[in-house]
Design a protein around this ligand. Structure first.
Ligand code: SAH
Length: 264
C-alpha cells in the first residue's frame, strides 16, 4: 500500500482499541459477505482510517461512519471527500434520529465489545442486521454456549432478538498494529418473531436479576416475580437450575413475568 494512504500509525491509541484492518482482500471479502445494496443505510462503528468505509461506499452512498477519535475523523474527511464521517462515541449514538432501519458494520473497539453489543440489542428496533469483528474468544464463547445449551446471560439476551452466526476468523497479521488476539467476523440477523419479547429493557433487567446467582434453584431465583404454581404451569421444574432450562421456556416465563408486572 502506498505510504500516503496510511495513517501515521505512531499516532494511534491502543487503549481505545485502534487496530486497523489493513488487508484489502479481507476488506473486500467482508463487503462481499455483507452484500450492501444501494438503498440500504449503514452505520459503521469505529471507522478508523476509513478503509472499510471506502469499500462500502462503492455499493451505497448512505453511510454513517463514526469514530470517537477526532484526529481520525479529520483524516478521513480530508481523504474521502464524499463520505460523511462523524466524531461520536458509539455508546452515545441516538438511533431515534434515523428513520430507516440500519445495517450495522464495523471493526469495533474490543475493549467495549460487550457494551456495544448491549447498545445494539437495546436498539434492536432500529436495526436490520449486524456484521462486526470481535475478539475470537468472545465470538466462540457466545456461539459455543448456544450450541451446548450453556446459556450465559448475554447469550440468552442476544438470542431473544437475533440469530447469531460465526462467519470467519481473521488472523492478527491482517491488522495494524498487530494485536495479540485474533478476530472473528460475526453476523447477527434480526430474529423475525423475536420470541415475543415485550420490553427489552425490562427483559434485560429481569435476566440480570435471575442470573445474579445462577446456580440456585430456578424457584429461588424467580421467587420475587413468580410462585411455584406459575412455574409448574409453564412446564418448568422449580427445582432445576438455570442451565437445565430450555431456551424457549425461559423466554416464555420471562415474558409472562413482564406481562404480569407491566400489564401489557
Ligand atoms: N474499522 C477500522 C478501525 C478499527 S479499530 C479499520 O478497520 O480500519 C476500532 C476503532 O474504533 C478505532 O478507530 C477507535 O478510534 C474507534 N473507537 C474506540 N472507541 C470508540 C467509541 N466509544 N465509539 C466509536 N468509536 C470508537
Amino acid at each position: 500500500m502506498k505510504k500516503e494512504n496510511l495513517y501515521n500509525l505512531k499516532k494511534m491509541y491502543k487503549d481505545i482499541g485502534q487496530n486497523f484492518l489493513i488487508n484489502k482482500n479481507i476488506i473486500k471479502k467482508i463487503i462481499n459477505i455483507v452484500k450492501p445494496k444501494k438503498k440500504q443505510t449503514f452505520l459503521e462503528i469505529g471507522c478508523g482510517t476509513g478503509l472499510l468505509t471506502k469499500e462500502l461506499y462503492k455499493y451505497t452512498k448512505k453511510i454513517i461512519a463514526i469514530d470517537i477519535d477526532n484526529k481520525l475523523i479529520k483524516f478521513c474527511k480530508k481523504k474521502y471527500k464524499n463520505i460523511k464521517f462523524i466524531k461520536k462515541d458509539i455508546l452515545k449514538f441516538n438511533f431515534l434520529n434515523y428513520k430507516k432501519k440500519l445495517r450495522i458494520i464495523g471493526n469495533i473497539p474490543y475493549y467495549i465489545s460487550h457494551k456495544i453489543i448491549y447498545k445494539l440489542i437495546k436498539n434492536y428496533k432500529f436495526i436490520n442486521d449486524i456484521h462486526i469483528l470481535v475478539q475470537k474468544e468472545f465470538a466462540n464463547n457466545l456461539i459455543q454456549k448456544i450450541k451446548n445449551k450453556k446459556y450465559s446471560k448475554t447469550t440468552l439476551i442476544i438470542n431473544s432478538l437475533f440469530k447469531i452466526k460465526k462467519i470467519m476468523n481473521i488472523k492478527n497479521y491482517f491488522f495494524k498494529p498487530k494485536p495479540k488476539i485474533e478476530s472473528t467476523l460475526i453476523k447477527l440477523i434480526s430474529n423475525k418473531n423475536k420470541n415475543n419479547i415485550k420490553d427489552i429493557n425490562f427483559f434485560i433487567h429481569i435476566t440480570n436479576n435471575i442470573f445474579y446467582k445462577k446456580n440456585r434453584k430456578i424457584y429461588n431465583n424467580l421467587k420475587n416475580f413468580i410462585n411455584i404454581k406459575e412455574l409448574i404451569k409453564h412446564n418448568i421444574n422449580p427445582n432445576n437450575r438455570l442451565n437445565k432450562i430450555n431456551i424457549k421456556k425461559y423466554y416464555n416465563i420471562v415474558n409472562y413475568i413482564i406481562k404480569k408486572n407491566k400489564n401489557f
